[in-house]
Design a protein around this ligand. Structure first.
Ligand SMILES: NC(=O)c1ccc[n+]([C@@H]2O[C@H](COP(=O)([O-])OP(=O)(O)OC[C@H]3O[C@@H](n4cnc5c(N)ncnc54)[C@H](OP(=O)(O)O)[C@@H]3O)[C@@H](O)[C@H]2O)c1
Length: 248
């Protein structure tokens, strides 16, 4: 890393979905590098517990489906944390998913798109203007291998991640003439709370993870995110597909 790199101690990162899984691991990994992390999600008890053990961290209640909360997120931060250098737009789910399209609840489908796509758009829209004003910033979005190829019973989750892919490429095109860097991380199967939430059933979530020959740890994805952030300012990791070796 160079002195000018974005991962300099004291830099500010906002991580959405930091109360669990990949977001939580990313917050830990960033804090270990001396980054002041704004840990955002809906579950404040978890966020406060996390922030209290990470040096320089701050808990922010943020439902990415709440348009007003997203638009006003900077005003709700202490002044010294408003100059966000790094945004990890990670909040996402597949609650009610893994069902044939007609058999799923249409409101579950709508919420999945709202969180994974519209929520990401709202968060980026609140943060990117400041990055542009400072001509400094790195946005990391969480796509998925589900945004590269579809599978049965994945119509809506896959659609949401295909949208993340298009959105992220679009951001990179829009800001190509600036110093902003835009990265999409596309993980394969990673053991988090994702499956439990998807099925709304802990045992079923565990059974789902057990059915794979190999599965990654959230810190594996956090490490991939830090690799992208750690590149010299003139280098953009545009996309990184990270999969378990025995499922590749
Ligand atoms: N696990 C995998 O195998 C995998 C693979 C590829 C991609 N991904 C992607 O990685 C990202 C993180 O997933 P994960 O596996 O870490 O799942 P997870 O353990 O279930 O964590 C999801 C996080 O998103 C937050 N969240 C959900 N809805 C939210 C909302 N409306 N507003 C704000 N935060 C919200 C949750 O916090 P609260 O409930 O506290 O709000 C939680 O912190 C997602 O975008 C997912 O699609 C996961």
């Amino acid at each position: 890393m160079t002195e000018e790199g974005i991962l300099r101690p004291g830099a500010v990162a906002l991580v959405t979905g930091a109360s669990a899984g990949i977001g939580l691991a990313t917050a830990e990994a960033l804090a270990a590098r001396g980054i002041r992390v704004i840990c955002a999600a809906r579950d404040m008890a978890r966020l406060e517990a996390l922030a209290s053990r990470l040096e320089g961290a701050h808990a922010l209640e943020l439902d990415v489906n709440d348009a007003e909360a997203c638009a006003g997120l900077l005003e709700r931060l202490p002044e010294d944390l408003r100059g966000i250098d790094i945004l990890v737009a990670n909040a996402g789910h597949d609650v009610g998913g893994r069902k044939r399209f007609d058999e799923g609840d249409v409101e579950d489908w709508a919420r999945t798109v709202e969180t994974n796509v519209t929520g990401m758009i709202r968060t980026c829209h609140a943060v990117i203007p400041g990055m542009l004003a400072r001509n400094r910033g790195h946005v990391v979005t969480l796509g998925s291998i589900a945004g590269m190829r579809v599978y049965t019973t994945g119509s809506i989750y896959c659609a949401s991640k295909f949208a993340v892919h298009g959105f992220t490429d679009g951001l990179r095109a829009d800001y190509a003439a600036t110093d902003l860097r835009i990265t999409e991380i596309l993980p394969g199967m990673t053991r988090t709370e994702f499956a439990e939430r998807r099925f709304q059933d802990q045992a079923r979530g565990e059974e789902f993870y057990q059915s794979f020959a190999e599965i990654m740890d959230p810190m594996d994805i956090a490490n991939a995110i830090l690799y992208a952030l750690d590149q010299p300012p003139s280098v953009t990791v545009a996309q990184m597909v990270v999969v378990p070796t025995r499922a590749a």
